[in-house]
Design a protein around this ligand. Structure first.
Ligand SMILES: O=C[C@H](O)[C@H](O)COP(=O)(O)O
Ligand SMILES: C=C(OP(=O)(O)O)C(=O)O
Length: 368
C-alpha cells in the first residue's frame, strides 16, 4: 500500500498503513512534511548568499588544509531556541568577524538539532514551540529563515547534522558542519557526511575515543550508496562521491579533556597513520570544559597559548557563546532572553575578548 504524503490531509498512523498489524505498532502517526524543494522555493538562498556560502566554504577548506594560516573559529550558542536572540547575537558577531578577518575566519554556530544523552528538547527544528508540540514544518521554516538572516549579516554558518534527511532543507546555507560525539560512529552519519557539500568535522566519542572520529573521516572521504530522499522528498537510493574535507574535533570525553598539546599530538599521530591531514579543530566546550562556561574561557585561552607557541595542528576552535552567560532550564518561566537552554555558554563580552586574543595568537604564530 502506498500513501501520498504530499496530498494526505491528515496524519496517518502505523496501523492505518498495515491492516495485518504486524509492523509500525509503535508508530503513533506519520505527519506530512513539505518537500525540500518546496521549502527552498519558498525561502530561496539567492545569488549573493550563495556566493558567501561558496567563498566561506573555500576559506574553511584552505584553513583546514594549511594553505591559509588563519584560524577557523566556530562560535555561537549551544542551540538556537529563540531566533530573535540568535539574530541579535549574529549582529554583534558580524562586525567583530569583519574586524578580525585577517587572522580569524569566524563561522557562526547555528545549531538546530540537539543529540541528547537520553531524552530532552531536540532542538528548534524538532520542537520550535519548546512545548512538545513538535511542529516540524514550522521548525524547518523558522530555521531556514534564521539561516538566511544570519547570512545577510555577512557571517557564514555552521550546523550539526543529526537527522539524515534534514540537510536537504538547510545545507545549501551552511559553510561548515559537524557530526556529533554521539553519532560519530554511526554509518548513517558517515554516509551523510560523504555527500555533504561543506567541510565536516567528526567529534571524538563521548568516551574520549579519537580513533572513531578518525575512522569517521576515513569513511566520509569515500563514496557511499545508501537510502535517502531526493529534493522532491521521494525515497531514493543516494550515491555520493565522498567529502574531501572531513576533520577531527577534539571535545574531551568521560576520561577527561583532550585539548592539551600532548592530546593534540596523539590525535595528529592517529590522523597521520590514517593518511589524513594533520590538522584538527578543538572544541573548548563539552567535556573539554566540563560544560562550565567559566572553564571554557580558560580552555580557549590555553588554546590561544598553544597557537601563539607555534602549533600548526590546531587549525580551528569551537566556542559556545550567547548573549548571556550560563544556561537555564527550558522550563524556566519566563526564559531569560539570550541565555542557552542547553549547555552553558560564555557571554558576549567574554567571547569578543577571546576572539581578539585568538587573533593575536595567530599573529604571534605568523611572526615566529
Ligand atoms: O551540546 C549539547 C549537549 O551536550 C548534548 O546535546 C547532550 O546533552 P544532554 O546530555 O543534556 O542530553
Ligand atoms: C552536542 C554537541 O557536542 P558533542 O557532540 O561534542 O557532545 C554540540 O556541539 O552541540
Amino acid at each position: 500500500m502506498t500513501v501520498d504524503l504530499d496530498t494526505a490531509a491528515e496524519p496517518t498512523t502505523g496501523t492505518d498503513l498495515d491492516p495485518a498489524h504486524t509492523s509500525d505498532l509503535n508508530i503513533a502517526e506519520f505527519r506530512p512534511l513539505p518537500s525540500p524543494a518546496e521549502l527552498l522555493t519558498e525561502l530561496p538562498l539567492g545569488h549573493d548568499r550563495a556566493e558567501l556560502v561558496t567563498r566561506s566554504r573555500d576559506e574553511v577548506r584552505a584553513i583546514l588544509s594549511g594553505l591559509d594560516d588563519r584560524m577557523l573559529a566556530v562560535v555561537g550558542p549551544c542551540s538556537v531556541h529563540d531566533p530573535s536572540a540568535a539574530l541579535e547575537y549574529a549582529r554583534l558577531l558580524a562586525p567583530v568577524a569583519e574586524r578580525l578577518r585577517e587572522d580569524v575566519c569566524v563561522v557562526m554556530r547555528v545549531y538546530f538539532e540537539k543529540p541528547r544523552t537520553t531524552v530532552g528538547w531536540k532542538g528548534l527544528i524538532n520542537d520550535p514551540g519548546l512545548d512538545e508540540s513538535y511542529d516540524v514544518p514550522r521548525g524547518l521554516r523558522v530555521a531556514r529563515t534564521l539561516l538566511l538572516d544570519v547570512l545577510d549579516t555577512g557571517l557564514p554558518v555552521g550546523c550539526e547534522f543529526l537527522e539524515p534527511t534534514s540537510p536537504q532543507y538547510i545545507a545549501d546555507t551552511v559553510s561548515w558542519g559537524a557530526i556529533g560525539a554521539r553519532t560519530t560512529e554511526s554509518q548513517v552519519h558517515r554516509e551523510l557526511a560523504s555527500g555533504l557539500s561543506m567541510p565536516i568535522g567528526f567529534k571524538n566519542g563521548t568516551d574520549g575515543n579519537v580513533q572513531v572520529a578518525v575512522d569517521g573521516c576515513g569513511s566520509a572521504r569515500a563514496g557511499h550508496v545508501f537510502f535517502g530522499t531526493d529534493p522532491s522528498g521521494l525515497s531514493a537510493v543516494v550515491r555520493t562521491t565522498g567529502n574531501p574535507d572531513p576533520h577531527v574535533i577534539l571535545r574531551g570525553g568521560r576520561g577527561g579533556t583532550n585539548y592539551g598539546p600532548e592530546d593534540v599530538a596523539a590525535a595528529v599521530a592517529l590522523l597521520e597513520k590514517a593518511g589524513l591531514p594533520a590538522r584538527l579543530m578543538v572544541d573548548a566546550s563539552h567535556a573539554n570544559s566540563g560544560k562550565s562556561h567559566v572553564r571554557q574561557a580558560e580552555v580557549a585561552r590555553e588554546l590561544g597559548a598553544q597557537i601563539a607557541d607555534g602549533s600548526e595542528s590546531v587549525a580551528a576552535v569551537m566556542l559556545e557563546s550567547f548573549l548571556v552567560a550560563g544556561n537555564q532550564s527550558i522550563d524556566a518561566q519566563p526564559l531569560t532572553y539570550g541565555q542557552s537552554v542547553t549547555d552553558a555558554c560564555m557571554d558576549w563580552a567574554t567571547t569578543e575578548t577571546l576572539l581578539e586574543d585568538l587573533a593575536a595568537a595567530v599573529r604571534a604564530r605568523r611572526a615566529r
